[in-house]
Design a protein around this ligand. Structure first.
Ligand code: FDA
Length: 531
């Protein structure tokens, strides 16, 4: 992504000749017109930042999770609209369309490829619509429902739910600083998925600004668009401002353990056996694995007591050797702290820390594993894991509720036939291209080595583990090419990709909401029977 300023200059010069952008005004002219339009629409200047504003940089970086996308030379947004109310978001969309400025919605800023605040196209005139202020979480215990703003973090949602009731939870990801907006848009899985499915499976309603700038709810947007926003990936269909969530029942006390087995404690054999055991465990139990350095860490959550958890472990996975001393009984809300910070005694208020650990460069990729990977392949991964530039592997088992939902119920298709999701994750703190190249190459080469063992035709991945190596959009005329987008799109969405494109053609035929991996409008000639 980082380009030398000289190349960037050349590219920017070429931009003025390009016909791909949505308006022909100069960048500064577009920015002025956009800002003037926002002011006329009643958005107060304090919610608008341009590169000339003293706090622009701090605001831009406020939720950036991957420094690769704020490196010098990276095209930056010509404005940041820090929306405080729905009318500001509506104005951003309307003014953006009118004046040739695209809008990139940002909720938690965790996109692995920085798509919520950076563009790979130096010609693109875009503004960031920052939703951090939309972070109210209102819990209705009696109805077991909640409304959460897109800008809330998962930690804020968990904290609010836990504060309202010890017997309710929301099934979503492990990292508390992830934003609700992007997470729910792409599916969202965590420690409750084997019992309750994805975060997106538990969305009951949503408030969205569409490509016309209208404010819609489930009834007014219709079921096709409501289907698309629950897993079809962020940005393509509109800007979701808030989500109505179904809360799920959990026991007041749950059981957790973390046990670590090193390479010379049969870790390869344990991982090999885990691959078939974990997806077949009772759905109240999840046992995930993190492989790092020369060990495998097995992490479990059971919706019950330690006594029950140990019965299951002895029956299904005695070789792991879990004992009563490994197991802790805590509340579900404490378990969210436990999995995020590896300690149940840390304060729950850590969930409210929106910033967490920043200052990292990141590269990740993902796979779905459908047949157990043979033990010899796991043996050979240790040599990868001992390299100084090594990252980690995260294995999240599916099965249970995940496998009993139809693959077309939401855009997230990875329901049946997958044993687990395998994530290759690398992060580093050193600046400079040498460090980046080394770390990214580790991820890419290991991914290539694993090809024989993972899903095929297509080799699938999870949209929330965004990976631009899978392919990027190209334009055909002034809209995204459907044919080119299929290359990456069917890897994330399999057979649901065409339906997503049909919804896109219906709700945003001009392709206003566009990024490097947004859903293209289905060409009219292809049609779609069920819409
Ligand atoms: P961000 O704001 O960057 O948005 C992501 C994408 O969605 C962008 O394209 C953006 O434009 C779009 N978007 C954002 N808000 C929108 C809105 N309101 N309306 C429409 N489009 C919107 N996943 C998982 O399933 N389980 C897990 O346990 C984890 N853990 C995890 C840990 C860490 C450290 C990271 C960095 C990431 C994860 N993830 C994850 C992946 C995470 O779910 C994914 O990156 C989400 O898209 C992040 O959502 P944010 O709102 O934070 O991202």
């Amino acid at each position: 992504m980082a380009r030398t300023p000289r190349i960037l200059h050349l590219l920017l010069a070429l931009c003025s000749l390009s016909s791909s952008s949505i308006a022909v005004a100069s960048a500064s002219g577009a920015a002025d017109a956009f800002l003037g339009c926002l002011a006329a629409a009643g958005v107060p200047p304090r919610f608008l930042q341009t590169p000339a504003s003293p706090s622009y940089d701090a605001l831009l970086r406020s939720s950036v999770r991957n420094l690769r996308y704020v490196a010098p030379g990276t095209p930056r947004p010509l404005a940041i609209v820090a929306a405080a109310e729905p009318a500001h978001a509506q104005a951003a969309v309307r003014c953006g369309r009118r004046h040739g400025v695209r809008v990139r919605a940002r909720s938690g800023g965790h996109d692995y490829e920085g798509l919520s605040y950076a563009s790979l196209d130096p010609c693109e005139r875009f503004a960031v619509l920052d939703l951090a202020a939309f972070r109210d979480v209102r819990v209705d215990v009696a109805r077991a429902e909640a409304w959460a703003g897109s800008g809330a973090t998962l930690g804020e949602v968990y904290y609010a739910v836990g504060a309202a009731s010890r017997a309710l939870a929301f099934p979503a990801g492990v990292c508390p600083t992830v934003g609700v907006g992007g997470h729910l848009s792409g599916g969202g899985f965590g420690t409750l998925m084997r019992r309750y499915g994805l975060a997106a499976d538990n969305v009951l309603d949503a408030v969205l600004v569409d490509a016309e700038g209208r404010l819609l709810n489930r009834t007014t947007m219709g079921e096709d668009l409501f289907w698309a926003i629950r897993g079809g990936g962020g940005e393509s269909f509109g800007v979701v401002l808030s989500w109505k969530l179904r809360l799920v029942p959990v026991p007041e006390t749950v059981a957790v353990f973390t046990v670590r087995r090193s390479r010379n404690q049969s870790a390869s054999e344990l991982i090999t056996n885990w691959q078939e055991i974990a997806p077949a465990l009772p759905r109240d139990l999840i046992l995930r694995v993190v492989v790092q350095s020369q060990h495998a860490q097995f992490e479990a959550l059971f919706l019950g007591r330690c006594s029950g958890l140990l019965v299951h472990m002895r029956a299904h996975f005695p070789d792991l050797g879990v004992t009563r001393a490994d197991c802790e009984e805590i509340s579900w809300i404490q378990s969210t702290v436990y999995f995020a910070f590896y300690s149940s005694s840390k304060p729950l208020e850590l969930l409210l820390d929106r910033i967490g650990e920043t200052g990292r460069y990141v590269k990740a990729k993902s796979d779905y594993v459908q047949e157990p990977i043979p033990q010899h392949a796991w043996e050979s991964t240790w040599s990868w894991m001992e390299k100084p530039e090594a990252g980690l592997l995260i294995l999240d088992p599916y099965g249970g509720r995940m496998a009993s939902i139809s693959p077309s119920a939401t855009p997230f298709p990875h329901r049946k036939g997958n044993l687990y999701n395998l994530q290759y994750y690398s992060f580093w703190f050193e600046n400079g291209t040498a460090a980046s190249e080394k770390r990214m190459s580790w991820v890419r080469v290991l991914y290539r080595e694993m090809e024989p063992y993972v899903s095929k035709n297509p080799r699938t991945g999870y949209v929330n583990y965004r990976d631009l190596d899978l392919g990027m959009n190209e334009l055909e005329g002034n809209v995204t090419s459907y044919a080119k987008a299929r290359i990456w799109g069917e890897k994330y969405f399999r057979g649901n990709f065409e339906r997503l494109a049909a919804v896109k053609a219906m709700v945003d035929p001009d392709d206003f909401f566009r990024n490097e991996q947004s859903i293209p409008p289905l060409p009219a000639a292809k049609g779609w029977s069920s819409i």
